[in-house]
Design a protein around this ligand. Structure first.
Ligand code: PLP
Length: 421
């Protein structure tokens, strides 16, 4: 209560702006994930890995726009590409050479995407991938996992959401290959696809075990269903995403977030025989539309970011920084004897208020949400901006010095709050 009272006292402008916004947006909000009680901060400016809020506070941005902000807030190369593109006109009613250029950059990273199509978001990419799988196989059922998030209308936290698209979902526990195999034995003949995140991202940065993910590859092949890897978050874990790290070739991949250089973007792609169905020269071609699918700014920003900023070395260094931060946080929690842990892989982390092993959504039942909230408000009070759910997604400009600040803030909090942890 005291932490929340301090937050309210220190953020009067944010509170007022949220109240004003509530006159046109429900709860002052147009992205549910950004809301948290008593009200979220309103940001006015970002630069590198820093954020400034409406009340004049400055934060280290460890959230990185839920992974889309990989390049930080003002990468010079991306900015120059956007300025160059602006001069040439935004809506050209046509193809430009930009989309194929970006496509080649993405294919260089993900060779499993023999052919691909662009969308405006990761949500759309997953919708299209699932639709492609159902048409290709002529089947209706799609296996997904409890706690998974594939977009606003493809959310399986708590098993599902009333706004989800009405596919014939089979929801299985994550990291439970036996359960998935039993579902395949029962429904394999009707199964169009297995849609899976290589690590539950929004669901708490819970990595899929290599055996689980490779097992799903085999299960899908055995019943002629498609394996769709949703790498919207995990594509940043290596140059070729988590599929390269685990040597898994999916039938389809979906991605987005940072691949558009920080602008709206999504992509789905994979096996040529599946994606070929979108070839408009075919008499039976599948439709895939979207006014902004090839919007000039996303194409320009994405290409500049991938070809000139995000080298394999820069990405490896960023993931190493994330691994180092996670290890130091967990060492601190163990040393202080508190029931906290940081999960995740590479540059993606989530803080949880439990010291038990976490393999799936069910294991989070023991996590104390009040303790998570306390950590959130205490970190924010010390200038560390993160998601209320405890998620951090490091960005290229966020270096070891900023990681040290996160660790220093956490040490202070753990020592201050020892009795409550
Ligand atoms: N898939 C995963 C794994 C995600 O984490 C997200 C967004 O957080 C999405 C899909 C949806 O992407 P978008 O927000 O661009 O629609």
């Amino acid at each position: 209560h005291a932490a929340v009272a301090d937050y309210v006292a220190h953020n009067p402008r944010s509170q007022t702006l949220c109240e004003v916004a509530a006159h046109v947006l429900p709860g002052g909000n147009t992205r549910s994930v950004l809301y948290h009680p008593p009200f979220p901060l309103t940001m006015v400016r970002g630069e590198g890995c820093w954020l400034w809020d409406a009340d004049g506070h400055v934060y280290i941005d460890t959230l990185g726009e839920f992974t889309a902000g990989l390049f930080g807030h003002s990468d010079k190369t991306v900015r120059a590409a956007l300025q160059e593109a602006l001069v040439g006109g935004l809506n050209l009613s046509s193809h430009t050479a930009r989309e194929a250029r970006l496509g080649h950059e993405i294919q260089r990273r993900f060779p499993s995407m023999a052919l691909m199509r662009f969308t405006n978001s990761g949500t759309e990419a997953n919708l299209m991938a699932v639709a492609a799988a159902t048409v290709h196989t002529g089947r209706r059922k799609v296996m997904v996992f409890d706690g998974a998030y594939h977009g606003g209308v493809l959310s399986f936290a708590g098993g599902g959401s009333p706004v989800n698209v009405p596919h014939d979902w089979l929801v299985a526990p994550y990291n439970d290959l036996e359960y998935a195999a039993a579902l395949v034995r029962r429904h394999g003949a009707d199964l169009a696809a297995i849609l899976v995140e290589p690590m539950l991202g929004s669901g708490g940065c819970i990595p899929g075990t290599p055996a689980f993910l490779r097992g799903l590859r085999d299960l899908a092949s055995d019943c002629n269903a498609l394996l769709i890897l949703d790498e919207v978050m995990t594509s940043r874990l290596s140059f070729g995403g988590r599929q390269a790290l685990l040597d898994i070739t999916p039938d389809l991949t979906t991605a987005g977030k940072y691949l558009g250089g920080g602008l709206s973007f999504g992509v789905f792609g994979g096996r040529a025989d599946v994606m070929d169905r979108f070839d408009p020269r075919r008499s039976d071609a599948l439709a895939h539309a979207g006014t902004f699918n090839n919007n000039v700014l996303s194409m320009a920003a994405g290409h500049a970011a991938l070809s000139r900023v995000l080298t394999a070395e820069a990405l490896d260094a960023l993931n190493a920084r994330g691994d180092h931060l996670r290890e130091r946080l967990n060492a601190l929690f163990a040393y202080e004897g508190v029931a906290l842990q940081a999960t995740g892989l590479g540059s993606l982390l989530t803080l949880h208020a439990t010291d038990r092993p976490i393999r799936n959504a069910g294991d989070l039942a023991g996590s104390d949400l009040r303790v998570k909230d306390l950590l959130f408000f205490d970190l924010m009070a010390r200038g560390i901006f993160l998601a209320r759910r405890g998620m951090m997604a490091l960005s290229l400009p966020l270096g070891e010095a900023e990681c040290d600040c996160v660790l220093g803030a956490m040490l202070e909090i753990v020592e201050l709050r020892q009795a409550l942890l």
